[in-house]
Structures are given as structure tokens and as C-alpha cells.
Design a binder for this molecule. Structure first.
Ligand SMILES: *Cc1c(COP(=O)(O)O)cnc(C)c1O
Length: 408
């Protein structure tokens, strides 16, 4: 493999046309779309339109501009992207908040079961939320195990299995089907966190009989910083749903202003308060784009690019103390590559100074997100060449790359 070969792959790539739809700054190789997706160009129009609706329509726009229906409307669009029924998805709140609502709802459905099975390496927020949830339920516990011990940890005392489909550190990807099957045999529910898979690959929530899921609007879905998240609950569980944040937007008739809570039918009962309409506008711009993207092609290119990244690192940088932390087996690998290096933070800072933007996760992980809609094969080549040069020249030792930022 050489740079010319990468250019040839780009010339033949049927997804290449999408790059022009994104506002990625000239000269930047953006390998952090798994943390904050870049701006789809049409987000500017969508947000400007919402600002105009606010300016001229004022409060009337809740009705006339479809603001009230935004959570369900965006939910339907998302459902198509994750292979769910349109009635099973709502766009609302943040992932952490949705996780709280659905974990409590799952424990309320599972009357006599009190164990949450999860992974030790879960995203911290996911563990923190679970730690709070169990304090509402006497005798409930969290059983946190390693990724390869999840199946055997599920038993007849399991209320809910709560897992990230793709691990935010390593990109290890669980098999949704086998975990759902094992859990269902034991009478447990499964709640999937799709933060690192929605928008990165095709998902089939209905076909895989997924019970519940939460996911993120601002990572692979490019919805903007702090974009609203989504929640999914299979139709068969919705009649039993009883979520703890019973705010007025989830009420059957919010504008009757009744003193007693009565949940709306279906997924609207997952809402709590007033939705942030400007943020919905930016996310909708991206969802409308995704509705015309073939996610099978995205996944195929992602797999080819993550493999290329691994191969090039091994070809060019094998003399450095780098360790591959992501699975080699492509069907067990999500859409990012993680390498460990003892000075990973400084190496990432030195790369960013050369406009190759990845990120760092403590204690020593360098993470590179691979997002096929706006990345080219040649970008992977150039990124690995930059990494190799920084390691060869030891540029990363410069004092300016040693200071810690708040957000890494
Ligand atoms: C990004 C991420 C989060 C962050 O949750 P927010 O509520 O959006 O801050 C939580 N869990 C996982 C697995 C993530 O990847």
C-alpha cells in the first residue's frame, strides 16, 4: 500500500461525494467525529430557518412550525437509521438523562429482579447513573464484568443488561443478537447504548428484538455540540413503561394543565420538559442527510479504513512503543482505532498542532475516529504518516504539548 493506491481508492469511492456536504476546515484531517461530528453544511440553513420561525412566528411557531412535534418527528427519522419502527424512537434530553429514565423504567418493569449487568469498562457516566439508580431500589445491585464475561453473568436474577454496543475506549463491538437472546432466555431486558454505532453502521433494532436503547446525536450523527439524544423502547414494552422524570411534556394532555400526571401514549411519555428547538434544527439537518445515505456502504468503507489504519501503523511505526487496543477482527470492531502510548496525551497534542485531530482518553489511549462520509483513504495515509513522523522526531516532547486541557 502506498499513497497513490489510497488516492486511487478515493477516486473509485462511491461515498466520496459526501465530503463536499461537510464544513471540515481546509487542511484538517478530522479523526474525532466519534466525539463531536463536524457540521453538515445544510445545518446553517436549518438553524437559520428555526431562528426565523422564532423571530416572526414567536410562540405561534410551537404549532405552525412543527416545534411541538419535533421530538417525535426526529424520532421517526432516527428510527429509519437504526432499523426500528417509527413508533419506537423519540429524540430528547441527553444520553445520560435517557439512560436514567430507561434504567429506572426497566427496573420498574422487572418487579422481582434487582441486578443490573454491565461492563467494568462502561463509559463512566453510564456507571454513575446506574450507581444512583440502584439507590432507589432496595436490594438492587450492579454486576460489572469484563466484556467477554457478559453472557455468563446474565442469569435469572438479572433485571436488565446494560451495555455499550461499541466500547468508547477500545471500539470492541458486542454481538447484539447473542446478548439479546441470552437475556431473553433468562427473562432479562437489554438496554443498549448506541453512542458509538448509530450513524456509523446499519443497525437492526427491530429484527434483533432489541428491548431498549439510548444513543447520541452529536457523535457519528453530526447533530452539533450537545445535540439532543434519542431513546428507543420496543412497542411490546411501551404499555408497561413508567419513567421517573414525569414532566409536563410527557403528559397525555400537557396544555390541559391538570394537577395529576397521566403519561402520553407511546414514546412521547419519555419527554420531560420543553425541547431545545434550535438544537433540534441542527440535528434534523444531519438526520435528513443520513436518510439518503446507504449505511451498508458506510460500514464497508469504515471497516476498510480502520483496517488500513492498523496496517499502516504496523508498516510504518512498528519500531515505536505503540499497542493496538482495538480488535483485529473487523466484525468485532466499531469505527475507531485506539492505540496506547505512554505519552499518548502529548503525541495527540503534537498531531493536533499539525492539524490531524484525534483525541486522548486517560490513562494512555490515543483514539482515532473513522468516519467514511468526509474522510478519504488518503487522509488515513497522511494521518499515520504524521503520527510516525512525530514519534520518529520526538516532537511530542516539546513543553507546549505537555500541558493538560480540561477537555481531552
Ligand atoms: C458519549 C457517551 C456518553 C455521554 O453522555 P452525554 O449524556 O451525552 O454526556 C455516555 N455514554 C457513552 C457510552 C458515550 O459514548
Amino acid at each position: 500500500m502506498n499513497r497513490e493506491e489510497c488516492l486511487r481508492l478515493d477516486a473509485e469511492d462511491s461515498l466520496a461525494k459526501w465530503r463536499a456536504e461537510f464544513a471540515v476546515p481546509e487542511g484538517v484531517i478530522y479523526l474525532d467525529g466519534n466525539s463531536l461530528g463536524p457540521q453538515p453544511k445544510q445545518a446553517v440553513e436549518y438553524v437559520s430557518e428555526a431562528l426565523k420561525q422564532w423571530q416572526s412566528g414567536l410562540v405561534r411557531s410551537w404549532n405552525s412550525a412543527g416545534w411541538f412535534d419535533a421530538p417525535a418527528r426526529l424520532g421517526k427519522k432516527l428510527a429509519a437509521i437504526i432499523g426500528a419502527d417509527p413508533s419506537e424512537v423519540i429524540v430528547t434530553d441527553s444520553m445520560s438523562v435517557n439512560l436514567f429514565k430507561l434504567l429506572v423504567a426497566a427496573l420498574r418493569i422487572q418487579l422481582n429482579r434487582r441486578t443490573i449487568v454491565t461492563e467494568v469498562g462502561s463509559f463512566p457516566s453510564d456507571l454513575y447513573i446506574a450507581q444512583s439508580v440502584i439507590r432507589f431500589f432496595p436490594d438492587s445491585t450492579i454486576r460489572a464484568v469484563d466484556a467477554d464475561k457478559v453472557l455468563e453473568a446474565i442469569g435469572t436474577d438479572t433485571a436488565v443488561v446494560y451495555l455499550s454496543h461499541v466500547d468508547f475506549r477500545t471500539a470492541h463491538m458486542h454481538d447484539i443478537v447473542s446478548i439479546n437472546q441470552r437475556a431473553h432466555q433468562c427473562g432479562a431486558l437489554v438496554l443498549w447504548n448506541l453512542a458509538h454505532s448509530a450513524g456509523a453502521m446499519p443497525l437492526h433494532l427491530s429484527q434483533t428484538e432489541t428491548d431498549m436503547a439510548v444513543g447520541c446525536g452529536y457523535k457519528y450523527l453530526n447533530g452539533g455540540p450537545g445535540a439532543p439524544a434519542f431513546a428507543h423502547v420496543a412497542n411490546r414494552h411501551q404499555p408497561m413503561l413508567d419513567q421517573p422524570l414525569s414532566g409536563w411534556f410527557g403528559h397525555q394532555r400537557p396544555f390541559d394543565f391538570l394537577p395529576d400526571y397521566q403519561p402520553a401514549d407511546g414514546m412521547r411519555q419519555l419527554l420531560c420538559g420543553t425541547p431545545p428547538i434550535l438544537a433540534y434544527a441542527a440535528l434534523e439537518a444531519s438526520l435528513d442527510q443520513f436518510l439518503t445515505v446507504d449505511l451498508e456502504l458506510v460500514r464497508r468503507k469504515s471497516t476498510a479504513m480502520t483496517q488500513l489504519f492498523i496496517d499502516l501503523v504496523e508498516q510504518q511505526s512498528s519500531h515505536h512503543e505503540l499497542r493496538l487496543c482495538s480488535p483485529r477482527q473487523s466484525d468485532r470492531r466499531g469505527s475507531h482505532i485506539t492505540l496506547s502510548h505512554e505519552s499518548g496525551y502529548s503525541v495527540v497534542q503534537a498531531m493536533i498542532a499539525e492539524r490531524v485531530i484525534g483525541d486522548f482518553r486517560a490513562p494512555d489511549l490515543m483514539r482515532f475516529g473513522i468516519t467514511p462520509l468526509y474522510l478519504r483513504y488518503v487522509d488515513i495515509w497522511d494521518a499515520v504518516a504524521t503520527l510516525t513522523r512525530i514519534l520518529d522526531d520526538e516532537t511530542w516532547r516539546r513543553p507546549e504539548y505537555q500541558q493538560g486541557n480540561t477537555v481531552t
